[in-house]
Ligand binder design. Structure first.
Ligand SMILES: [Zn+2]
Length: 464
């Protein structure tokens, strides 16, 4: 019996996980954390739909937590096999999982202290130690090479353009009828013609089935140019004596922001000594992006060759120690502070906002989607006050949002990616999208002549 079971991200954009089984032999594609409201996050505590110790291997599409964030729990519950990821992913997976283990422990400690958990002794979902044990199981593999990960089962990664190291995966194995066929797991598909990383590259095999993400299946990105928006905003804010705070998503988005800011520097519109990257995780991720030369698109490769890369260590100022971050409070000269986290849930950006939101000269530039329940959402929705560290802080600063920086392709990009495949798959399953998005994408695919896409529920199984 060869079958595929959808274990997560069915009708939601987090918790990606798909189980592949050939009799007793079981593999998992992604092992993501659910993120968002309480109902979603409770799912992280449910028992797995399989026995972790019996899994032979895990294949990870990319480093984001909604694809990797439950790996340490899998390991804590007995999984000991290899975890495959691409070579450029490995560093990011290490960064993100260690950080996640730390945050889980912190949250449990905080809940215990405040006594607001329903449990007498709130426990972390997993610990930093679990995360470190997980990292020992990572096996980094190159893009474009077919690899036998179990007898008769091969895997090949192709660049997905969504994040450093992000891949689409081709898995080739026999079905119950003895026929060998290829399934493609798109992972998260990036955008075409955006800076830093190479464009998405289609898988090569003719697919029998495709599992396709649908995050923006119902949307088209606005045709806005983030560089022009920075160029319009930053000098204007500096001229009135204000600073610009950019809440940053440490992986991917931060590097794009730096890329655009560096063009302002080249034109003389910005002094690089006025730009501070204030996030240890973003600094480490930026180094990984800079080092992964094979992943750079032509423009970045040219900049790297000319020692003009936005990502090199001496391009902008970096705050590693918290004392360096605090020193920015006393700075009189206007500056740009790029600091995590992107939705202002935590991290150093919270301290900067607490200090500067009340100053009408300040501007805050959001660079991505702000989920409901976050401070970022309150600010972009026009809140006049926000609570920070138990205090009510008044908001007089100018709040701006950039819309041109998504890491996910829109529905045009997803269609373009599907059309680039070697053949049209006989079956398409849409996951990793809210129901409205996957329904809209299904309609587009159908009208484009693709196979009738199916929208699996969590727990649904289909034959290989
Ligand atoms: Zn992702």
């Amino acid at each position: 019996m060869a079958q595929v079971t959808f274990c997560g991200a069915c009708g939601s954009v987090t918790g990606s996980s798909t189980l592949l089984a050939w009799g007793e032999r079981q593999l998992l594609v992604d092992c993501g954390l659910y993120q968002g409201d309480d109902e979603l996050e409770q799912r992280n505590w449910r028992s797995f739909r399989f026995e972790p110790a019996k899994l032979e291997a895990v294949v990870v599409t990319h480093a984001h937590l909604d694809h990797t964030g439950l790996l340490p729990r899998l390991v804590a519950e007995g999984f000991e096999g290899p975890i495959y990821c691409t070579r450029p992913s490995r560093g990011l997976v290490s960064l993100i999982l260690q950080d996640a283990g730390h945050i889980q422990e912190e949250q449990a400690r905080y809940a215990r202290k405040k006594g607001y958990s329903g449990h007498a002794d709130p426990r972390p979902l997993y610990t930093e130690k679990d995360a470190r044990r997980t990292l020992r199981l990572l096996r980094a593999v190159p893009f474009d090479e077919r690899l036998e990960i179990a007898p008769g089962i091969t895997v090949r990664y192709r660049r997905a353009g969504h994040l450093l190291g992000a891949g689409s995966i081709e898995i080739r194995a026999k079905g119950s009828d003895g026929e060998r066929r290829t399934w493609i797991f798109s992972g998260d598909v990036g955008r075409y013609d955006v800076p830093i990383l190479k464009d998405p590259e289609p898988p090569l095999d003719e697919p029998a089935a495709l599992v396709l993400e649908s995050t923006y299946g119902d949307r088209l990105h606005k045709n806005s140019d983030p560089e022009e928006e920075f160029r319009a905003a930053i000098p204007r804010v500096f001229a009135r004596g204000g600073s610009v705070i950019i809440p940053a998503f440490a992986l991917g988005r931060t590097q794009e922001v730096l890329y655009h800011l560096s063009h302002l520097v080249e034109d003389g519109a910005l002094d690089p000594d006025d730009v501070f990257l204030d996030s240890p995780m973003a600094i480490k991720a930026t180094d990984l992006y800079q080092q992964a030369k094979q992943e750079h698109d032509e423009e970045l490769a040219e900049d790297v060759k000319n020692h003009l890369s936005a990502l090199q260590a001496d391009r902008f100022r970096r705050c590693r120690k918290s004392s360096e971050s605090k020193a920015l409070n006393n700075r009189k000269r206007p500056c740009v502070i790029v600091a995590a986290s992107g939705m202002v849930n935590g991290g150093r950006v919270v301290h900067h906002l607490k200090r500067r939101l009340g100053d009408e000269r300040t501007a805050v530039i959001f660079t991505g989607y702000q989920a409901s329940g976050t401070r970022g959402r309150q600010l972009v929705s026009g809140a006049k006050r926000v609570r920070i560290h138990g205090e009510s802080v008044s908001v007089r600063a100018e709040i701006l949002s950039l819309h041109g920086l998504s890491a996910h392709g829109d529905s045009d990009d997803l269609l373009r990616w599907c059309d680039s495949l070697a053949a049209r798959p006989e079956r398409i399953y849409l996951n990793h999208g809210e129901d409205d998005s996957r329904k809209a994408l299904a309609a587009r695919l159908r009208s484009d002549g693709h196979a009738h896409p199916r929208l699996p529920f969590t727990g649904d199984s289909v034959p290989w």
